[in-house]
Design a protein around this ligand. Structure first.
Ligand code: NAD
Length: 489
């Protein structure tokens, strides 16, 4: 049995109230770990440690090369222990080992990417008279509260930790109370390196730890990935001291297939878009929009593939889809499917727990296909966050765009077409932070990630993802000061 602790001011310790939280295996609901369950007091201690480290410590004044070196060292440790980390992520989230291995590769790549960016960041000299040195400098924001969700625990954390530390900030990480294990293991790796106390702190626990980070006056920036409700509450709390905020929220992502698309590939990717990590992906292509001419054939082909998806524990090499992460998520998905059927959607496949002894315990769901869905149904509007594809039909490009954009969310969208002119036109018209054409899901550290509209504020990854963790300073040095004689001379 794993026992995790908090990491505050360079020390491992139990939660102040010595409380722990049971961490369950989503495959069979057995207890796999007891995680330290921090509360507001622990969060306050961590914030104080981070504040002191930032205000009086050496990290903020470290050179870009030193910070870049640290990120590279972290990447190396992550690569050394990637199998171990992937196994832990699979155990805790239920995702397949192949997916967790991909995640760990991406986690290390994130640290490597920001190491490169940090090393070359020297600010910018501004045009000015000869006796003036005017520079735009990137300085760390200060103490950063990082709050992460349960679907990509270490990957989402890496997108925040790497640029935050790289820019010279001190951080307090709060992972989801459901999936704290990989963040705890990551923190163990950090202790192998020479990081000053207080620069990195880990406080596992529930929403109150996150709320404390959002409210506390000594936190300068809060970066949150999670649901809209918590995001709104964080935004309100952060207004107390006008914190910088980054919000990566949910999505209701349209995957649009035009009649001229390569159907074999589009069908294959539609499955990947929707069932990767059992659909628990913020950018999941759960809302399939099919052009009238290909609609029936496309649905038929999907229905043929669904029974062949191998559902099983992520550790087994033949498993293609694991369970969903929690009982709460399981219930929510089932109730949304029921609501869809009640509103007139046609259940083509799935809709419940798979048959068989293996699936009796744990949060298992069949891959599910609902057709004849209309834009005004709950399942076309709410983020389902499970292995469910809803299918709507459209007649022409204008209708596809109207349906696709008719959501308050704006995280990701895809278009399948062989017509490059249409591809370009639709990419521009879709109001989403990422628009893929003839592909689904790729993201990488070099490109920005984030949402339009209610999918969030700010961007992660890319150069912009680093700038989110910096304050811009105009440094102005007059090399030849002389009296001005303006007043009373
Ligand atoms: P959640 O909002 O319930 O929780 C996210 C984190 O916030 C957890 O650590 C939680 O403990 C904490 N939290 C909850 N309430 C809080 C509050 N009031 N104040 C401060 N912290 C609080 O989300 P979740 O269920 O863990 O994750 C699923 C959601 O995350 C989905 O909506 C998904 O779309 C979104 N998500 C978005 C992205 C993205 O890049 N946009 C990526 C992954 C997940």
């Amino acid at each position: 049995m794993i026992h995790t602790q908090l990491f505050i001011d360079g020390q491992w310790r139990d939660a102040a109230k010595r409380q722990t939280r049971q961490i369950l295996n989503p495959c069979d609901e057995t207890v796999i770990a007891l995680a330290a369950d921090g509360d507001r007091r622990d969060a306050q201690d961590a914030i104080a440690a981070a504040r002191a480290a930032f205000d009086t410590g050496s990290w903020r004044g470290s050179t870009p090369r030193q910070r870049s070196r640290l990120l590279l060292d972290i990447a190396q440790l992550l690569e050394r222990d990637s199998e171990d980390l992937a196994a832990l992520e699979t155990l805790n989230t239920g995702k397949t080992l192949a997916e967790s291995r991909t995640d760990m590769g991406d986690v290390a790549a994130t640290f490597r990417y920001f190491a490169g960016l940090v090393a070359t960041d020297s600010g910018q000299a501004n045009a000015a008279p000869e006796h003036i040195i005017s520079r735009t400098l990137h300085e760390p924001v200060g103490v950063c509260g990082l709050i992460t969700p349960w679907n990509y625990p270490l990957l989402q954390a890496a997108w925040k930790i790497a640029p935050a530390l790289g820019a010279g900030n001190c951080v307090v990480l709060k992972p989801s109370s459901l999936t704290p294990l990989s963040s705890w293991r990551f923190t163990q790796l950090l202790t192998e390196l020479d990081l000053p106390p207080g620069v990195f702190n880990l406080v596992s626990g529930g929403a109150e730890v996150g709320a404390e980070l959002a409210e506390h006056a000594d936190v300068d920036l809060v970066s949150f990935t999670g649901g809209a409700q918590a995001g709104a509450s964080i935004m309100r709390a952060a207004s107390g001291n006008f914190k910088r905020i980054g919000l990566e929220l949910g999505g209701k992502n349209p995957n649009i297939v035009c009649a001229d698309a390569d159907l074999d590939t589009a069908v294959d990717y539609a499955l990947n878009a929707a069932f990767f990590h059992a659909g628990q992906v913020c950018s999941a292509g759960s809302r399939l929009l099919l052009q009238q001419e290909i609609h029936d054939e496309f649905v038929r082909r999907l229905a043929e593939r669904l029974p062949r998806i191998v559902i099983g524990p992520g550790q087994l090499p033949d498993s293609q889809m694991g369970p969903v992460q929690s009982a709460q998520q399981h219930d929510k998905i089932l109730s949304l499917i029921a609501a869809g059927v009640k509103e007139g959607a046609r259940l083509v496949y799935g809709g419940g727990r798979p048959d068989g002894e293996r699936y009796r315990n744990g949060y298992w769901l069949q891959p599910t296909l609902l057709a004849d869905v209309h834009a005004d149904m709950l399942i076309a509007k709410e983020e389902i966050f499970g292995p469910v594809i809803t299918v709507e039909r459209f007649h022409d490009e204008a209708e596809a765009l109207r349906l696709a954009n008719g959501t308050p969310y704006g995280l990701a969208a895809a278009v399948w077409t062989r017509d490059l002119e249409r591809a370009s036109r639709m990419s521009r018209a879709l109001r989403f932070g990422t628009v893929w054409v003839n592909d689904y899901h790729p993201y990488f550290p070099e490109a920005p990630w984030g949402g339009f509209k209610s999918s969030g504020i700010g961007r992660e990854l890319s150069r912009i993802g680093l700038e989110e963790y910096t304050e811009l300073k105009h440094s102005y040095i007059n090399l030849a000061p002389k009296p001005m004689g303006w007043f009373g001379a």
